[in-house]
Design a protein around this ligand. Structure first.
Ligand SMILES: [Cu+2]
Length: 526
C-alpha cells in the first residue's frame, strides 16, 4: 500500500484523526471498510499495523471464517438475556479503550472497540461533590478523547477534540462532579471518528446521585436498570457492520441492541423498576412506548430529575437524549410479557436517502420484558421530585440564532455538508463568544430535510418553545436539557446560561455522522 502524507491539519498534540492522515493511521491508507466490526475467528483479533500502530483489517482468515457461518435473517436469531455493564467509581479509575471481543447475543462474538473489555462500557456511578479522577488509556488504532456528556467539567476535562490523544497515549481527567442527580453518559469525541467509535462500542452511562435524590427512595440495586438503546445494521451472517455510513440521514440500523445485546430480553418481578435510558444510536430517533399499553412514569431527563413525575404514553428520544423512567410491573401476572418498542412515526418534511436500507421512524421491538416472579413491592411512586434551577428567560440580555443547514456537495469526500450558521467545524476557530453568567435566548432553526439533535456542552438549557413541525414542547423536555431534537422545519428557542466554567466548549449536532462531517462550532465562554 502506498504511504500517505500527514494531514496538514494534524499537529503534535492535536491529531486530526482523519483516516487519510498518516500520523493518525500509521502511514497506511485506511478505508472505511476496514473499520467494520469483525467476526472473531478463533479468538484472534487479527490486528495488523504499520508504524507501530495497530489497525484492524479484515483478514482472509476472518473472511473465510465468516463465509462458513450460515447466513441468517435477524428474525431467526433469539432474544438474548441482556447484561448490565459493570459499575465503577470515578476515583482512581482507569478506562482503557481497546479492540476486543464482545458477545452480542445469539451465539455471536464480534470484535468491537471496548472500554475495560466491556460492551457496553462500564457504568460510572458518582455522587455530586465527588472527585473525578479518571485516566483514559488509548489502545485503539485511532486518536481518542472521551467527553462526559451532561457533566460540566472545566474546559481541559470536557473532551474537546483538540485534546485527542494518539494511540498508546493517555489522558488524565481531574475535576469535581458538580452536577445534580441525573443520567449522564460518556463517549468518544474524536473528530471524524465519533460515529464509528460509538457504533463499535465506546460509550457508557454516568449516573450521578445526590441527597435530594436519596430522599425519594427510588428503586435501586437489581431494580435500577441502566439501558443503552441502539440500532445497528447486520450483514447476512448477523454481524453488525458500519458500512457506507450515510452522511445524509446518518447511519440508521435495522436491528435493536440493548446494552450491546442484539434482541435483548430481561426478566422482571412484579415490582416498581427504574430504567435509566440513553438513546445511544448514531442517528435513529426512538418513539418509545410499552406494548402492553401501560404508561411510563417519567422522573428525569438530560438535566437530571424533573420537578415532578409525569405519566407519559410515549417518549420521543433523539440520539444522546436520556429518559429516567419508572415502570410499574406490579399489576402484571407471572408469565406475561411485552416489549419496550419504538413506534412508527413520520418526520414531517424529512428526506430519506434513496439508498438507505433502513428508514427513520420505522417501528421496532427494542427490549422484551417477561414477568417471572411474584413479589410484594410497597415502593411509593413519588410525585414531587426536585428543585430544578431553571434559567429565567425574562433575565435574558441577548439573543443568538443558529441555523442548521445541510447541502449536497459533490466536491467533498462525504458528498454532503452539514453546517451551523454556514460554518463547518474548524478546531481552531471560535464562532461564538458568550459572557459567563449572562442569560441568553438561543434560537435553533432547521429548514432542511434531516432531524438534528442539538447538543450544547458546559451547561444545560431550558426549552422555551418549538414552532413549526411538531409545534409543541413535550413533557420530557421539561426541566433542564443538554440535547434538544430539532426536526425539519422546526424552530426551537431555549434559555441558556453558563455558570460552571469559562473556556472553549462546543455546540453540535448529535447525529453522529452529521457531527463528523462538521456540524459543530466552538463556543468560548469568557
Ligand atoms: Cu444533524
Amino acid at each position: 500500500m502506498s504511504e500517505l502524507p500527514p494531514s496538514p491539519d494534524c499537529l503534535p498534540g492535536n491529531p486530526c484523526g482523519s483516516p487519510r492522515c498518516s500520523a493518525c493511521t500509521g502511514g497506511r491508507p485506511v478505508s472505511r471498510r476496514e473499520f467494520l466490526w469483525l467476526a472473531a475467528a478463533g479468538g484472534t483479533t487479527a490486528l495488523a499495523g504499520a508504524g507501530g500502530l495497530i489497525s484492524p483489517v479484515w483478514s482472509a482468515v476472518e473472511a473465510s471464517a465468516q463465509a462458513r457461518r450460515p447466513p441468517v435473517t435477524p428474525r431467526e436469531l433469539p432474544w438474548t438475556t441482556m447484561r448490565l455493564a459493570p459499575e465503577v467509581r470515578p476515583e482512581q479509575l482507569t478506562l482503557r479503550a481497546a479492540p476486543g471481543i464482545a458477545d452480542i447475543g445469539g451465539g455471536l462474538e464480534v470484535q468491537g472497540f471496548l472500554v475495560n473489555g466491556s460492551l457496553p462500557s462500564p457504568v460510572i456511578r458518582a455522587r455530586k461533590g465527588d472527585p473525578f479522577r479518571v485516566t483514559m488509556e488509548n489502545q485503539l488504532p485511532d486518536p481518542l478523547i472521551l467527553h462526559w456528556h451532561g457533566l460540566t467539567p472545566p474546559e481541559e476535562a470536557d473532551g474537546h477534540p483538540r485534546f485527542a490523544v494518539r494511540p498508546r497515549g493517555t489522558f488524565d481527567y481531574r475535576f469535581t462532579v458538580e452536577n445534580r442527580a441525573g443520567t449522564y453518559w460518556y463517549h468518544s469525541h474524536t473528530h471524524y471518528k465519533v460515529a464509528e467509535h460509538a457504533y463499535r462500542g465506546i460509550g457508557g452511562l454516568l449516573l450521578v446521585g445526590d441527597e435530594e435524590e436519596d430522599a425519594l427512595e427510588l428503586p435501586s440495586g437489581p431494580r435500577e436498570i441502566p439501558l443503552i438503546l441502539q440500532d445497528r445494521r447486520l450483514d447476512r451472517h448477523g454481524i453488525p457492520v458500519y458500512e457506507h455510513p450515510d452522511t445524509m440521514e446518518g447511519h440508521i440500523g435495522t436491528a435493536p441492541f440493548g446494552n450491546g445485546i442484539h434482541q435483548p430480553r430481561m426478566e422482571v418481578e412484579t415490582a416498581l423498576y427504574r430504567f435509566r435510558i440513553l438513546n445511544g444510536s448514531n442517528a435513529r430517533i426512538f418513539r418509545l412506548e410499552r406494548s402492553d399499553g401501560r404508561p411510563m412514569i417519567l422522573i428525569g431527563n438530560d438535566g437530571g430529575l424533573l420537578d415532578e413525575a409525569r405519566s407519559v404514553e410515549t417518549l420521543d428520544l433523539g440520539p444522546a437524549e436520556r429518559a429516567d423512567v419508572l415502570m410499574d410491573f406490579r399489576d402484571l401476572e407471572v408469565g406475561e410479557e411485552f416489549f419496550l418498542r419504538t413506534l412508527r412515526f413520520e418526520v414531517p418534511g424529512g428526506v430519506t436517502h434513496g439508498r438507505s436500507v433502513a428508514k427513520q421512524g420505522e417501528p421496532m421491538d427494542l427490549l422484551r420484558i417477561q414477568v417471572d416472579r411474584k413479589v410484594d413491592d410497597p415502593s411509593p411512586i413519588p410525585t414531587r421530585l426536585s428543585q430544578v434551577p431553571l434559567p429565567d428567560p425574562d433575565e435574558a440580555v441577548r439573543e443568538r440564532r443558529f441555523e442548521f443547514t445541510s447541502d449536497r456537495d459533490w466536491s467533498s469526500r462525504t458528498m454532503m455538508t452539514h453546517r451551523i450558521n454556514g460554518q463547518e467545524f474548524d478546531m481552531n476557530r471560535i464562532e461564538e463568544r458568550v459572557p459567563f453568567g449572562d442569560t441568553e435566548i438561543w434560537t435553533f432553526t432547521n429548514d432542511n430535510g434531516f432531524a438534528h439533535p442539538v447538543h450544547l456542552h458546559a451547561t444545560h438549557f431550558r426549552v422555551l418553545s418549538r414552532t413549526g413541525g411538531r409545534d409543541r414542547v413535550f413533557e420530557h423536555e421539561a426541566g433542564l436539557k443538554d440535547t434538544v431534537l430539532l426536526h425539519p422545519n422546526e424552530t426551537v428557542k431555549v434559555a441558556v446560561r453558563f455558570t460552571a466554567h469559562r473556556g472553549l466548549f462546543l455546540l453540535h449536532c448529535h447525529n453522529l455522522e452529521h457531527e463528523d462531517v462538521g456540524m459543530m462550532i466552538n463556543v468560548l465562554v469568557e
